[in-house]
Design a protein around this ligand. Structure first.
Ligand code: SAM
Ligand code: SF4
Length: 331
């Protein structure tokens, strides 16, 4: 049974950033030169992550998502998946990836016990993809999505951050993919939390609210009907276009925050438990682990993290984390 926090929210989900490194430099997440990587010794070792997940499972956390940075750039990531997949009580193990390396890893990840992947993709146009990510090639991501589907890492969900003047002219084209190709797509409102150009000045002008996106999609493609949530949809509100096989969701951290239903904790790559993405409150797990803490000790620290989880954030008033960037916390 999941533990309740001070506001009666059952906490059943842990997102783990396995690395702060990345093979892309998305404009809303990182500056062109990247962020200074943390030294290796500060990053949790796989055995340390395993201990934390065992402890988490014992207090009713059943869902784990591996993220980053880019999880697929960390050497041995398939082995970590294998280690976590066999922990009793973990019944959903997923990953959020930029998809660049997914075609190489999809089969191995599935065989190791990964259930599903979310792939981040903001545009269908190759030059624009390169402009947004600064480094990547669209065709690699599309190949990664296809490989994931074939490997059974389904439903593959596509996360699209919408930015005015960058890719908002593509929302209808992207939404059409749910009808023509059965994509499960979620539009995400741009948050002012990364370390990229769009997170600084000009963020407000770049945000496109879910309401506006929905209006544009419905005007072009028909009315959205509420859909049953696809597995692990978290805070997304899910819909379906007329006749569509795939679903269309909206994640609205800016216009309509979902804190009252928040069921998650986050673990940074350097071993700090963050009860809320947008609060700098952290519980250090790495130091105790390196001083010999075992599953029972970590359980207590996790319960402490749950007890101090803040009620809500105020992104609309531009509350944002000061100490860390998105690629360290894991989005
Ligand atoms: N590298 C992986 C990827 O891009 O999928 C995983 C980590 S990334 C930080 C996780 C998610 O956060 C991605 O879907 C990304 O688009 C999203 N993200 C990053 N910066 C964001 C921002 N400023 N506003 C909204 N979403 C953001
Ligand atoms: Fe890398 Fe993901 Fe950040 Fe893009 S959003 S720079 S892929 S961590």
């Amino acid at each position: 049974m999941a533990h309740l926090d001070a506001y009666n929210r059952p906490i059943s989900y842990l997102r783990i950033s396995v690395t702060d490194r990345c093979n892309l430099r998305c404009i809303y997440c990182m500056p062109p030169e990247g962020v200074p990587w943390r030294p290796h010794e500060e990053i949790l070792r796989y055995e340390e992550i395993e201990t934390i997940v065992r402890a988490a499972a014992e207090i009713g956390i059943s869902k784990i998502r591996l993220t980053g940075g880019e999880p697929l750039v960390r050497p041995g990531i398939v082995e970590l998946v294998r280690m976590l997949a066999r922990i009793p009580g973990i019944d959903d193990l997923a990953m959020t990836t930029n998809g660049i390396l997914l075609a190489d890893y999809a089969d191995e990840l599935a065989a190791a016990g990964l259930r599903r992947v979310n792939v981040s993709l903001d545009t269908l146009r190759p030059e624009r993809f390169h402009a947004i990510t600064r480094l990547g090639r669209l065709e690699d991501v599309l190949a990664g999505m296809e490989a994931a589907r074939r490997a059974g890492l389904t439903p593959v969900k596509i996360n699209t951050v919408v930015m005015r003047g960058m890719n908002d002219d593509e929302v209808v084209e992207l939404a059409r993919k749910t009808m023509e190709e059965g994509w499960n797509l979620r539009f995400i409102e741009l948050m002012p939390v990364g370390n990229g150009v769009l997170a600084e000045g000009g963020w407000r002008e770049r945000v496109v609210t879910a309401r506006e996106i929905r209006g544009r999609v419905e005007a072009a493609l028909g009315k959205l009907e509420p859909a049953k949530k696809a597995a692990g949809s978290g805070p997304a509100r899910c819909y379906r276009l007329p006749g569509a096989r795939g679903t269309l969701g909206f994640i609205t951290p800016v216009s309509e925050h979902f804190c009252y239903h928040c069921n998650r904790l986050r673990l940074t790559a350097d071993g700090q438990l963050r009860p809320c993405l947008l609060s700098d409150l952290e519980v250090d797990l790495r130091t105790p682990l390196r001083n010999g803490a075992g599953v029972a000790d970590i359980k207590h620290l996790l319960l402490h993290g749950i007890a101090v989880k803040p009620l809500e954030h105020h992104l609309d008033r531009l509350q944002k984390p000061e100490k860390r960037v998105m690629s360290e916390i894991g989005g």
